[in-house]
Design a protein around this ligand. Sequence first.
Ligand SMILES: [Zn+2]
Length: 70
Amino acid sequence: MTIAAQIEALIQRLDGVSICDDCITDRLNLSVRSQANVVTRGLGGANDYAREKRPCGLCSSVKISTSHRR
Ligand SMILES: [Zn+2]
């Protein structure tokens, strides 16, 4: 499974809850945050995903987070 597919699966599992790049990096044990960032930036332009500054559902800090639209 590619990193992009793992990230998409993680965001979809959260079912509308936003997650920041740091938490994605943490959850998937990625070596660097930029790996997550490249993927989430791409998802932000997709119809099924929202990418905006709001509280992350996992760490609660307000930063750019990605969520899946239900
Ligand atoms: Zn977070």
